[in-house]
Design a protein. Structure first.
Length: 566
């Protein structure tokens, strides 16, 4: 069904509450497993309907924020969905207490129960007020950043409008853009510190009220870390320092030489990779969409079916237009067994990333569309990001169509950026571990922690010179640190696995694709570490994994014909 024909129905919250209660009661009073399973399926359909209508409202609201109808619907849902959480939790509890747990485990696996148990540890009715306060503080942060009116080059820019200048090939313009942005953050430093300080104290208090040791533990439960501990993450950090940091440093030293800037680099110079600028797509939006269609059609029968489904049903909205919300996302519409991709094409390589990264998520969702229950359709975040980040590498096959004569430059910069990202991402996570272990740190002490970590994870960076960035405050512009604690390391694990796929592609492309399809096919039925091993990949927590991908990447980068880079 075409997206525009999908029917939006205003949710009747009172009758939903009743229906949920009815299926929960039916589930609880079932005297056979079959009866309980039927009630469980009924409940699943209700949950899918709520998710479908929520997704339709969200998509239509973000596609056109000026549409008054969906604006009101979005407001209605923001207010009423939290009310339903309590009712959905009734089923979670009933499931965990069910006398038929063994039969359910046999049919759907143990993972569903492990995750439900974790979710329950993150919530109790007494903390509702604190959770609302937490939301308020993160919204305050997002609003502060969105409100930025930065004077630059005689124009007034938002943070995202300033972004292209921060990569400008002109050294002076680039430095001025970073300085202008840094000044904005610096002017708002007191507020940024105060919001974060409140968040740390509040999160610590929430964890204590839930009977947990500290917020780190709660953060791990919130992220459903069901297959690794903070000790494993600490081991990963060590391997990053040992293998990734030296390789990334080598890349930066070579870059400094190529772009003619002094090493160590200031933040502004570290943002430029080539004198001629970062690689740009060769065509316009239509060309990119056509290239994407062709790529997925020739990649495999599965991706061909998927991409035809997406286009036939008009499930992509990627052009910027008046009234459209910022950013990009991929969202599931369960009742229609469909995924929707939203983006704002802007003529940079982000456009290609939309049709590789977001479509990687969408392909995984499409592959999992018939899995029941919903909880097993999608794995935890680090595994979801494997779907997308690895697809970016599979799309090297179509680099020529996307980037024309800049295809080689694109490949070099994509691989180099993947390598450079992991130390930064790991540092963001390390910082959060320190901050929540020592909630009593003052804002100044937090900045010193960041500055110290910069020396460990990003030795190519020279502090000083640029306001805010040079003062060791750059962590305050990383949204996740405020809004989604402990999320960031998920990208690093996913990038590591994506690099494993990339390395496999270099020797046996078919094997890499088969293994990827296998991983996507498991959807959310396995934990992260099981997904990786069942797909024939190495565990990122084994230091040999990082050592090996670094060796392959290092060899590829050093053998690259540098005369193609300017
Ligand atoms: Zn993603």
């Amino acid at each position: 069904m075409k997206f525009n024909e999908m029917r939006y129905v205003h949710l009747d919250i009172e009758s939903l509450k009743e229906e949920i209660c009815k299926s929960v009661n039916k589930f609880k009073s079932a005297d056979t497993f079959e009866c309980a399973d039927t009630a469980f399926a009924e409940y699943g359909r209700l949950a899918d309907t709520v998710e479908t209508q929520t997704a339709l409202a969200y998509i239509r609201h973000t596609v056109n924020t000026l549409d008054e109808f969906y604006d009101k619907e979005q407001e209605f849902l923001d207010e009423n969905l939290p009310v339903l959480t309590e009712y959905f939790q009734m089923m979670s509890k009933a499931l965990l207490e069910s006398p038929f747990r063994d039969e359910f485990t046999k049919k759907y696996g143990e993972l569903m129960f492990i995750n439900e148990e974790m979710d329950l540890k993150t919530f109790s009715p007494e903390i509702v007020g604190d959770l609302q306060e937490e939301n308020k503080l993160t919204t305050e942060y997002e609003k502060l950043l969105a409100s930025a009116q930065i004077e630059f080059n005689g124009k007034i820019c938002t943070v995202s409008q300033l972004a292209p200048y921060k990569q400008d090939t002109d050294d002076k313009i680039r430095l001025e853009a970073w300085t202008a942005e840094g000044r904005f953050y610096k002017e708002n430093k007191e507020q940024l510190d105060s919001i974060f300080d409140k968040l740390v104290r509040l999160r610590n208090k929430i964890a204590k009220n839930l009977g947990l040791e500290d917020f780190t533990q709660l953060g791990y439960y919130r992220m459903r870390r069901n297959s690794y501990t903070k000790e494993d993450v600490a081991k990963f950090r060590e391997a990053v320092q040992k293998y990734l940091v030296p390789l990334a440093d080598k890349i930066y030293r070579e870059t400094a030489e190529r772009i003619g800037r002094p090493y160590p680099l200031n933040y502004a110079d570290s943002a430029l990779m080539f004198k001629s600028g970062n690689p740009k797509p060769s065509g316009n939006a239509d060309d990119i969409l056509a290239a994407a269609k062709n790529f997925y059609r020739t990649l495999s029968p599965e991706t061909a079916e998927f991409i035809d489904f997406m286009f036939e049903n008009e499930l992509l909205d990627v052009l910027s237009k008046k009234g459209k919300a910022q950013g990009g996302y991929c969202i599931e519409i369960p009742d229609y067994k469909a995924e929707f991709i939203f983006a704002n094409f802007n003529g940079t390589s982000d456009d290609v990333e939309t049709v590789t990264h977001e479509a990687g998520h969408a392909f995984a969702g499409y592959t999992a569309r018939n899995i029941f229950p919903a909880a097993l359709r999608s794995p935890t975040m680090e595994s979801c990001e494997i779907h997308s980040m690895s697809m970016e590498f599979f799309a090297w096959k179509a680099a020529g169509e996307f980037y024309g004569k800049e295809a080689d430059k694109f490949k070099y910069s994509h691989l180099a950026s993947a390598v450079k990202f992991i130390p930064y991402g790991t540092m963001v996570d390390h910082f959060q571990h320190i901050v929540y272990e020592r909630p009593e740190l003052t804002p100044e002490q937090r900045d010193s922690v960041w500055a110290e970590l910069t020396g460990v994870y990003m030795p190519w960076i020279k502090l000083g010179e640029i306001p805010f960035y040079g003062d060791g405050c750059a962590w305050q512009r990383q949204h996740h640190i405020y809004s989604s604690p402990f999320y960031y390391i998920d990208y690093c694990f996913a990038q590591t696995v994506a690099l494993e796929f990339w390395a496999m592609m270099q020797t046996d492309w078919e094997k890499a694709w088969e293994s990827y399809k296998k991983l996507v096919g498991f959807a959310g039925t396995k934990k992260f570490t099981e997904l990786v091993s069942s797909s024939g990949l190495d565990n990122p927590f084994d230091e040999n994994t990082l050592r090996s991908v670094c060796e392959t990447a290092s060899k590829w980068l050093s053998e690259f014909d540098k005369t193609k880079l300017d």
